[in-house]
Write a protein that binds this ligand. Structure first.
Ligand code: TXA
Ligand code: MG
Length: 348
């Protein structure tokens, strides 16, 4: 299949291209598109064939359910039933925006879309290109992140092309995404609301609206047991090199990492470090990548997945990452880093 490429900005949406993309979606095809979090790979949520195609294009196990994207708050009622007051409160507080809610599924939503579960993940993104596309495609777009399964979520259209060229009908380039980590997922189908995946809508934000919220585990990626978000059981974002997170005082951290780097150099192993502007001069790795200033957790979140992909492109074999504070948005950063590192963390 030849993939169509098109480019636009939120300020200047191209109505002709959006109409074409909508036609593709309504005809059962797939379109990769920008959201405020990461790029998504969209298909018609009410067409089981579209969902099957999404799994095939991503190389994703079909028991891992998709998020249904909507572009009007009230459309929540077309995909979910028995919607609680809490869900409406959260929708009013954070939509459109980077929050996904797990609700009880409408019976007529195909089982293919929800991986056979009787619950459904629903999200109303704030990106204007995404909203226009969802509307043009019929209003209900199932979309996982637009990466091949196991790779970091794409924060640039170039990475969608790398992973999906020839596998999807269309890719819409809307530039670098604003946030860079996937949406917060909160489960509202159990007694107590629980965070299944941390993101930009933080535990603190959610508690402010709901009161008690279960923060979930920071790691949330363990392979044993039955995780509530099926995606959590798969290894994620894993770079080709071996990634280790190092936690401790800045000086101890740098001393430990540099010692390791020296040993790698002796053995001819290509090394990388993920650090911040404040510490970048401390390291002697082949590839030293700063995710921005520690003062700005937003910057670290936005750059992380790009850095992981660059290490692959540049052949890093042994990678060390500084750890980050796990409060606020830092919790989402650490969650993704831990997954990328296969939970490998050392304390120095
Ligand atoms: O920011 C985002 O959420 C992006 C953009 C494209 O919107 N999408 C995204 O989708 O990250 P995906 O498929 O990569 O991650 C969705 C996660 C998976 O871990 C999946 O298992 C979980 O949501 N999920 C989906 N439906 C669920 C359900 N009914 N119950 C529990 N977990 C669910
Ligand atoms: Mg994903």
């Amino acid at each position: 299949m030849k993939t169509i490429y098109t480019k636009m900005t939120e300020e200047q949406i191209d109505p002709e291209q959006i109409r074409l993309a909508g036609e593709i979606l309504r005809g059962g095809g797939l379109v990769a598109f920008p959201t405020e979090t990461v790029y998504g790979l969209g298909g018609d949520a009410f067409n089981p064939e579209s969902s099957r195609k999404i799994y095939a294009a991503k190389g994703r196990p079909s028991d891992n359910p998709l998020i249904v994207h909507i572009c009007r708050l009230e459309d929540m009622e077309r995909v979910a039933v028995r919607i609680s007051d809490e869900a409406w409160k959260l929708a009013r507080a954070f939509w459109p925006g980077p929050l996904t809610m797990i609700l009880h599924k409408c019976p007529d939503l195909p089982a293919e879309t929800t991986g056979g579960l009787d619950t459904v993940a629903v999200r109303f993104p704030s990106n204007k290109i995404a909203q226009a596309l969802i509307g043009a495609g019929g209003g209900f777009i199932a979309a996982p992140s637009a990466n091949r399964s196991g790779r970091p979520s794409p924060t640039l259209a170039r990475y969608c092309r790398e992973d999906l060229d020839g596998r999807v009908e269309m890719i819409i380039d809307g530039g670098q995404v604003g946030l860079g980590l996937e949406s917060t997922i909160i489960d509202l189908t159990e007694k107590e609301p629980a965070i299944l995946r941390p993101g930009f809508v933080t535990w603190e934000d959610l508690q402010e609206v709901l009161g008690k919220v279960n923060a979930g585990s920071l790691a949330a990626a363990v392979t044993d047991g039955a995780p509530k978000a099926p995606g959590m059981k798969y290894r994620h974002y894993a770079p080709k090199g071996r990634l280790t997170i190092v936690e401790g005082m800045p000086e101890n951290r740098a001393a430990y990492i540099n010692d390791r780097l020296r040993r790698c150099r002796e053995e001819g192993i290509r090394t990388g470090v993920i650090c911040t502007d404040e510490t970048r001069d401390l390291y002697v790795a082949d590839l030293v990548k700063s995710a921005g200033s520690r003062e700005s957790e937003e910057s670290v979140a936005r750059e992380l997945f790009r850095i992981l992909r660059e290490f692959d492109d540049e052949g890093a074999e042994e990678i060390y990452a500084e750890s980050f504070d796990s409060s606020g948005i830092g919790r989402a950063v650490m969650n993704r880093l831990l997954k990328a590192a296969g939970q490998r963390i050392v304390h120095v």
